[in-house]
Design a protein around this ligand. Structure first.
Ligand SMILES: [Zn+2]
Length: 208
């Protein structure tokens, strides 16, 4: 997993990347539009596409996996396991944001995942005579995505100030606020920022 993940593009394909953390962007694979839930991880192929957009998989590797997973019941079960983990992760993130503490059950599950789905370190020479290390994993099934997710969840809980993690004021998207002032309120200005501002403007007009 590249440490310096791209942060400039909000949408990659039909996936939203505004969370500044892999674990939060993973939560944002289930969105709401006009009161309806939109599932972006419908099947194994969708999981492979998300992994490409999250810089976890090359296009070439994804194509291979998509073919292997196409009619595999094992891959289908992996997708369900991922979605269930996403539900528990969401509850944990809400608790973390609220400062009320992540449940013992979730911590136990996270520790189990860190043990059973470990990442491994890869050290490579860089172009300047030095070396870099990255955390890597080998996705063979959709639920192998649990490896980078568990790693990033551990980093989120231990390396980030809870008050910097919050939900957008206009929609269910969660993000890590990396702004200088720590005053970010929306998933994105284009998606919710303007919408909320326009709604507030209309409300003020009505009151006058
Ligand atoms: Zn939003």
């Amino acid at each position: 997993m590249a440490e310096g993940r791209r942060v400039h593009e909000e949408w990659r394909g039909n996936h939203l990347f505004v969370g500044n953390r892999l674990a939060l962007d993973f939560l944002n694979t289930e969105l709401m539009s006009n009161g309806e839930t939109i599932e972006l991880l419908n099947d194994a192929a969708a999981v492979a596409r998300w992994m490409v957009h999250a810089d976890l998989l090359t296009e070439k590797a994804a194509k291979k996996l998509e073919q292997a997973w196409e009619r595999s019941p094992r891959a289908g079960q992996g997708v369900i396991a991922l979605r269930r983990f996403r539900d528990r992760l969401r509850a944990a993130v809400f608790a973390f944001e609220a400062g009320s503490g992540v449940s013992r059950e979730f911590l136990d599950e996270l520790n189990r995942l860190l043990r059973t789905h470990p990442m491994h370190r890869v050290v490579e020479a860089d172009d300047h005579g030095g070396y870099t290390q990255t955390a890597s994993f080998e996705p063979r099934q959709p639920d192998d995505l649990l490896s980078p997710l568990a790693e990033d969840t551990a980093m989120l809980l231990t390396g980030v100030t809870a008050s910097r993690v919050r939900k957008c004021e206009g929609c269910p998207v969660h993000f890590l606020d990396l702004s200088k002032k720590g005053s970010r309120r929306w998933c994105s200005m284009g998606l919710c920022g303007n919408k909320v501002k326009v709604a507030a403007y209309h409300q003020r007009q009505r009151k006058e």
